[in-house]
Design a protein around this ligand. Structure first.
Ligand SMILES: Cc1cc2nc3c(=O)[nH]c(=O)nc-3n(C[C@H](O)[C@H](O)[C@H](O)COP(=O)(O)OP(=O)(O)OC[C@H]3O[C@@H](n4cnc5c(N)ncnc54)[C@H](O)[C@@H]3O)c2cc1C
Length: 312
């Protein structure tokens, strides 16, 4: 992740400024406010602003005139109860705003989450940076044979080398053509006075999907936790999971009690279907159970056994 000296200065200036407020603030999150947490080779997550804290969840749940909080253990008990029973609206009282820099092919997955407010960097108005996501060798994997949406074993040797070459060559060539069509260098200076240059809104169509875009992304805590439960999951694509992991760290600082409840009931917990529950009950009472008698498909059975740590 390379920030320009000007961008670094703007972050430092924001971090140096102080405001007085009667609103609740969270020191652990204030500590990293505006800082860019690096993700992938050129991406980042920056927390720009937030509203509320653990106490705001409790306050809303109790519809209190004051802070609404009691002992920390009572508050934790209430937040656990709310999350466990999907009483979600108190979590919507907290909001957070991020500045994200992300490759376009991941932004496409990200934007499917419709409950955030998004403002994307306009490549109709500005020229995109010459930055492309090139996976590390440890991420260059072949298509999984078991999961149509996943990765299998790593590519090796010459094949891996060639893939990296293609990714770099194509991204660089397309970016060079983008600049040529724009007839404008990254400083905004005209390259060839005899050419008019193509409009930015058209020239951008030639960029590769590993070019980086940026957006401001604001969301309430309930919907953020939904996003994180899908995207910090081990089945999520690595390139979005690393963003979700970085955001989880900000949630841990911001609302530590809600974060622990989220790990307990969402990330670390599972939902069981009626059939799965009946199988677990049979297992507990020592009755024999097999996939054939379970009424489950082989895949669902495998998933259940993996969840229960009973893989054969
Ligand atoms: C592992 C994985 C694989 C995926 N594969 C594919 C794929 O192959 N193809 C594909 O197209 N997508 C795919 N997706 C995207 C997925 O289908 C969802 O679009 C995405 O995860 C956003 O989920 P969401 O709608 O719950 O989130 P959000 O848009 O954030 O919505 C949150 C919740 O709000 C409610 N909501 C929001 N908008 C509406 C609405 N208009 N109507 C009704 N309820 C609404 C719903 O309850 C929803 O769960 C995949 C996602 C994952 C995690």
């Amino acid at each position: 992740m390379d920030l320009t000296p000007q961008q670094k200065q703007e972050i430092e200036d924001s971090r140096a400024a102080r405001s007085q407020t009667r609103r609740a603030t969270v020191p652990a999150l204030e500590e990293i406010l505006y800082e860019a947490i690096p993700v992938l080779d050129h991406g980042f997550v920056r927390t720009i602003d937030y509203m509320g804290d653990d106490a705001a969840i409790v306050q809303a749940a109790r519809v209190s005139y004051g802070k609404g909080t009691k002992k920390v253990s009572d508050d934790a008990g209430l937040i656990n109860y709310l999350l466990r029973h999907r009483h979600t609206t108190p979590f919507e009282m907290c909001e957070i705003k991020y500045h994200i820099k992300v490759p376009i092919f991941i932004a496409r997955q990200w934007i499917r989450h419709r409950t955030a407010n998004v403002n994307e960097y306009s490549a109709r108005y500005s020229v995109l940076d010459r930055e492309f996501y090139i996976p590390e060798a440890s991420q260059l994997a072949m298509q999984s044979t078991q999961n149509h949406q996943g990765r299998g074993a790593l590519l090796e040797g010459e094949e891996a080398q060639r893939v990296l070459e293609i990714l770099k060559e194509d991204a660089t060539r397309n970016y060079d053509h983008y600049v040529e069509m724009l007839n404008e260098d990254p400083n905004g200076d005209i390259i060839d006075q005899d050419r008019s240059g193509l409009a930015r809104e058209l020239a951008r169509m030639n960029l590769t999907l590993n070019a980086y875009t940026q957006w401001y992304w604001k969301i309430d805590l309930h919907n953020l936790l939904h996003f994180l439960s899908l995207r910090a999951d081990r089945h999520a694509q690595y390139e979005i999971r690393v963003y979700a992991d970085a955001m989880l760290e900000t949630v841990k600082r911001w609302v530590p009690i809600a974060y622990e409840a989220f790990l307990q009931y969402r990330i670390g917990g599972v939902d069981l279907s009626a059939s799965a529950l009946s199988i677990v009950r049979k297992m507990l009472s020592g009755e024999p159970v097999t996939q054939e008698d379970s009424g489950m498909s082989k895949r669902e059975w495998r998933e259940l056994m993996a969840t229960l740590g009973r893989e054969e």
